[in-house]
Design a protein around this ligand. Sequence first.
Ligand code: AKG
Ligand code: FES
Ligand code: FE2
Length: 338
Amino acid sequence: MKEKGFERIHEVVAAHDIPRLTDELYDRVNARAPKDLAALIPATFNGEDRYYYETSPNVRFHVPFDTTQNDRAAFNDFRQKHGEGKLTAHGPHRDSWLDCPDNGINIWIAIGRVQRGNGLTVYRNEYDGHQRYTGMGNIARDEKLSEPFTFDLEPGDFVLFHTDQLHGSALNYTDETRFVISYRMTFDRPHFPNGHYHSYSYSGLAGGPLSAAARLPALLQPSYLRSFGERVVEKLRPSKAKRIELTPAAKDLSGMRVGEIRPTDAKTCVARIGEDEFVSFDRRCPHQGADLAMGYVADGRIVCPWHNLPFDPETGQSPCQSLRSLNVRVADSPPASA
Ligand SMILES: O=C(O)CCC(=O)C(=O)O
Ligand code: FES
Ligand SMILES: [Fe+2]
């Protein structure tokens, strides 16, 4: 393992053991978080040593998607327990739509190498704005997204982004595991517009004689009680995912830009790949069913807006062998349904 690096962990640890391994890592990372942050935050923010930090940081092991497919149950169980984005790809979201403060900073640290095909997607143009989102904290499937910013990182590099920044995970179609630990923190008292059940400690009290009280300043807020009440109600009424209406089909394709994708009917959409190249294909992504009409074209490929997975417009194949291909129909003029 030492020789191979974290990037090859899936060659050393069987896929069905990854969830258990991650659980163990959580315990270790949580235990050392106060000390690690006491070193990291002042060094990053001009000596600042008064802050609130999420007491349970996030361990994010994204092994190549294809290697997880024989052990889906173990990965799904983990997702139920810890949420999306830890072992599985998280759709586009703002952390503040879920259970995080809207005055926070996410410190996303590459422990192993991160590549564009397994990393973070950051929708730079969507920092503020009023996208609709579901009760599960994901962007509504009919919100059109622009191409996200993606990047490579070397071990030890880290990215800072605001908890109101729209972002998500790329579905890992590389042959490397991506290992990241991320911390969330605020300088002012954390403010929770949605769920409030993560615990935040105040650095000014943590570690000293009053360390037991370090969680109280963030906890003693009306948002905690509100959120607690909502969870009780949710338990009684399990499904709170909202159904999103799809946008009506856009029929006139004559004015389409090269690179644009539009819905043609409830099930199909069309992309203008080149000047004279139109491709018609199913709207449902073979991964988790995201609406590909809301995707975009990059490097001549159709890209899913949900986890940034590219599809070849001629064959419908993605780099993930375990996913079925998209049903594509190529035409050199706007398709007949246009
Ligand atoms: O690491 C990922 O893929 C998702 C990251 C994320 O959503 C977060 O750090 O809030
Ligand atoms: S890549 Fe995940 S839904 Fe399309
Ligand atoms: Fe996030």
